[in-house]
Design a protein around this ligand. Sequence first.
Ligand SMILES: C=C1C[C@]23C[C@H]1CC[C@H]2[C@]1(C)CCC[C@@](C)(C(=O)O)[C@H]1[C@@H]3C(=O)O
Ligand SMILES: O=C(O)CCC(=O)C(=O)O
Ligand SMILES: [Fe+2]
Length: 386
Amino acid sequence: MALTRVAARPQRLAEPTEPPGKKPHHLPQSPAAAEALVFDAAVMSRQPEIPAQFVWPEEEKPTAEASEELSIPLIDLGRFFSGEPEASEEVALMVGEACAAHGFFQVVNHGVPPALISEAHRCMDSFFSMALQDKQVTRRMPGESYGYASSFTGRFSSKLPWKETLSFRFSPSSSTPIVVDYFTGKLGEEFRHFGEVYQEYCEMMSLLSLRIMEVLGMSLGVGRRCFRDFFKVNDSITRLNYYPPCQKPELTLGTGPHCDPTSLTILHQDTVGGLQVFANGRWRSATPNFDTFIVNIGDTFMALSNGRYKSCLHRAVVNSESARKSLAFFLCPEMEKVVAPPPELVDSAHPRVYPDFTWSALLEFTQKHYRADMRTMEAFSKWIQN
Ligand SMILES: C=C1C[C@]23C[C@H]1CC[C@H]2[C@]1(C)CCC[C@@](C)(C(=O)O)[C@H]1[C@@H]3C(=O)O
Ligand SMILES: O=C(O)CCC(=O)C(=O)O
Ligand SMILES: [Fe+2]
């Protein structure tokens, strides 16, 4: 990405209040940090080196052994909803084992039309191939979770991820087609088709999330309705990840090692591959499979399970040959709903692991005070209790 300097819009960034005892993980660039750095992927790929801000520390750089494939538990949702109790129990057992071990599985027979998935990928190609200034029209403002971001140059000063993202909100209870309105409102009437594609995609993702919540409820012994009802109304985020080719892929990361702070992530990656999961003490690659969605437990659901299920540690690597894309649907509860495990999951042998919190508080923590990584919940718990 070419390093160009543009006059920074004068903007007061929230004074970061780092969690006590934690070295500032990142500090939003203050206006005094002078001009915002703008990285233009279209130009960068012709530079011999990558900017220093994109070079990650030795201990976090991708390694060759991580490219070995991970055998991902394959969950057949058709079997769970077949009406045969034994089949449902068997599927719930498989999901429970995967979630207790590493918080990661994939679902097949999910009911999402392949044509919709293909069109969603095609629209992503079209959006991210636009000129930077046209994408910047939807630029993400400091502290916000929605909009276009190029490598988060405005948020972080080091370990920049080699990616561009477009994130937007979805709520099934919205009285208007919120995704259509976002695309037509931000980009104009000519983007109505994009909006309709992603509106339908988000509606399918929300329904799929609720079906997966039934499986998770059964697997934890709290019943199929427990988490399905908790997330029936949700305030979720869809993120389009675009990873440009990088001439030094061994020096950087598309997305750094992290657990999603959200509840459940349903991810569809294109055929290029690059998602890696930390399981059994090693990084392993998740091989793309067009017919399945990759599902991972996030921090908020880990708290809802009172720590029984693991928030999945994962990252994304890039390559020098081709761009890579992934669509991530992040299921999130209503903003002010109290996140606390069902009483069945708390007893003398399983005391509360995390304090009550709201998603809005955790989201604000990750957007204004702390860069989500593999210790977000530890830092957040300290932060809200002080
Ligand atoms: C609520 C969110 C914050 C992030 C997007 C969603 C869920 C995943 C989070 C993220 C991807 C974790 C790694 C760091 C991050 C800054 C990123 O690389 O994009 C995180 C997202 C964010 O804060 O924008
Ligand atoms: O692109 C990927 O495969 C992973 C992206 C991711 O982990 C995220 O957006 O939270
Ligand atoms: Fe993630």
